[in-house]
Design a protein around this ligand. Structure first.
Ligand code: ARG
Length: 459
């Protein structure tokens, strides 16, 4: 029998309880982290002279053997094991007999699980950051290719003002850079070891939580044992960061979906990163972008689900907390699938620069240039806006573009207008005029690119 709590019970648990209680089907992925924590704990027990040198060596060897056995599929947990901690204690006792039961001294599954999960998420968040960096690199490389390619800049999905396509792509990078920042300061807050907190009150044995924390790569040991076993802020915060990444991915994905439509035609996906239809032979679909957009929903769900579990949960440990792991694993697993696919899709897509450039001045997107031209002549912007609106109205009625409005029509609309206004009605001029930091002009966009590359190489 592997149960860790049988002593005061007359019979075994009902099948329905065992089935409900078991977490081995998802928590066995914590094995390497549980074993690392066990190793650190064994060393501390040795220092407290609760183990002999020989016992320590036997335990360390058995843990190594057990880790290999799990990885090789030779040791598997059963539903009777309940959770990863119980399964591994069984494995230890199978190898060492009574000695295997010594390791539990001074610790509880409550501080163990909190420790294991922190170790797991810190480790996997590093992989997530690496995947995010790859996506940023792909976006940045495409941005560099199209740094000065004119493109329609949209608000309300309507043509607003011309920008460069590189500027648009770098805008997406900015969001992902903030996500990388979030992961980094989340990691600082997560770098706290709960081990030594026991069930909730700490330990009467001569343990050394600080040494354990250090061995496990944590910056410090928990300041409060009750908090240590109750706190899942780190999991909720990670789920926020992963949901935010999902939302950023969904916004990028939505644009890719629009850009690849027949109506836009701005971008064509590489065959390796697009899908077809079982009935419509001509189809080339952006399923990667759609899955990224779709999966952002479950990432949000995982966050709100865990927040709901934590709400009003009394201190300290409650079994409700077992519900923390699946959403965390699910969000990390799904981003591990989505990010490389999005990166490949972005890196290999073909941007149709000529289509973008032709679309840039459409929808009277240079109207703001007229208003700004009037402002430079001393006309209050309020009036300039009205005058320009009248020009646009004229164009709509007559079916002409802004630069095609005849001299007499300009003069009739306002005495402030004259034919020299046409000099500002080019996309190139509109872009070149935007010289302030953060603008879409060639200078500031080049500065931005340099800054982004510097930031990326610093990660
Ligand atoms: N499996 C539990 C969890 O995931 C840890 C065990 C704590 N169980 C307990 N009865 N105190 O949170």
């Amino acid at each position: 029998m592997s149960r860790l709590w049988g002593g005061r019970f007359e019979g075994g648990p009902a099948d329905a309880l065992a089935a409900l209680s078991a977490s081995v089907h998802f928590d066995m992925r914590l094995v390497p982290y549980d074993i690392a924590a066990s190793r650190a704990h064994a060393r501390v027990l040795r220092r407290a002279e609760l183990l002999t040198e020989d016992e320590l060596r036997q335990i360390i060897d058995a843990l190594a053997d057990l880790e290999v056995a799990v990885a090789a599929g030779e040791f598997t947990a059963t539903i009777a094991d309940e959770d990863v901690h119980t399964a591994l204690e069984r494995g230890l006792v199978e190898r060492l007999g009574a000695l295997g039961g010594k390791l539990r001294a001074g610790r509880s599954r409550n501080d163990q699980i909190a420790t294991d999960l922190r170790l797991y998420v810190r480790d996997h968040a590093r992989g997530l950051a690496a995947d995010l960096l790859d996506l940023c690199d792909a976006l940045t490389e495409q941005a560099e290719q199209h740094l000065t390619t004119p493109a329609p800049g949209m608000t309300h999905t309507q043509h607003g003002q011309p920008i460069t396509f590189g500027h648009q792509l770098l805008a997406h990078v900015q969001g992902f850079l903030r996500d990388l920042d979030r992961l980094s300061d989340w990691d600082d807050r997560t770098s706290v070891s709960p081990l030594g907190s026991g069930a909730l009150a700490g330990s009467s044995l001569e343990l050394d939580p600080v040494a354990v924390a250090k061995e496990l790569g944590f910056a410090s040991a928990a300041a409060n044992s009750v908090d240590a076993v109750s706190d899942r802020d780190f999991a909720a915060e990670l789920l926020f960061v992963t949901a935010m990444i999902g939302i950023h991915l969904s916004r990028l994905a939505e644009e890719i979906i629009l850009w690849t439509t027949t109506e836009f035609g701005w971008v064509e996906l590489d065959d390796a990163f697009a899908t077809g239809s079982s009935i419509m032979p001509q189809k080339k679909n952006s399923d990667i972008a759609e899955l990224a957009r779709g999966k952002s929903g479950r990432l949000i769900g995982n966050l709100t689900g865990l927040l709901a579990t934590l709400k009003a949960l009394p201190f300290s440990y409650n079994r409700d907390l077992q519900e923390d792991k699946e959403p965390v694993f699910d969000s990390l697993d799904n981003l591990t699938l989505v990010l490389p696919a999005m990166t490949g899709m972005i890196a290999t897509m073909t941007v149709r620069a000529a289509v973008l450039a032709a679309a840039a001045p459409l929808g009277f997107s240079l109207a703001t240039e007229i208003a700004d031209w009037l402002v430079r002549k001393g006309v209050p912007f309020r009036d300039a806006h009205e005058i320009t609106g009248a020009v646009v109205q004229y164009c709509g009625k007559e079916g002409v573009d802004l630069h095609e409005v005849p001299d007499e029509a300009l003069a009739a609309i306002s005495p402030h207008l004259d034919p020299t206004v046409r000099s500002v009605l080019t996309v190139e001029g509109a872009l070149a005029g935007r010289t302030t930091p953060g603008s879409t002009g060639p200078g500031p966009v080049a500065d931005q690119l340099a800054q982004v590359k510097k930031t990326l190489s610093g990660w």
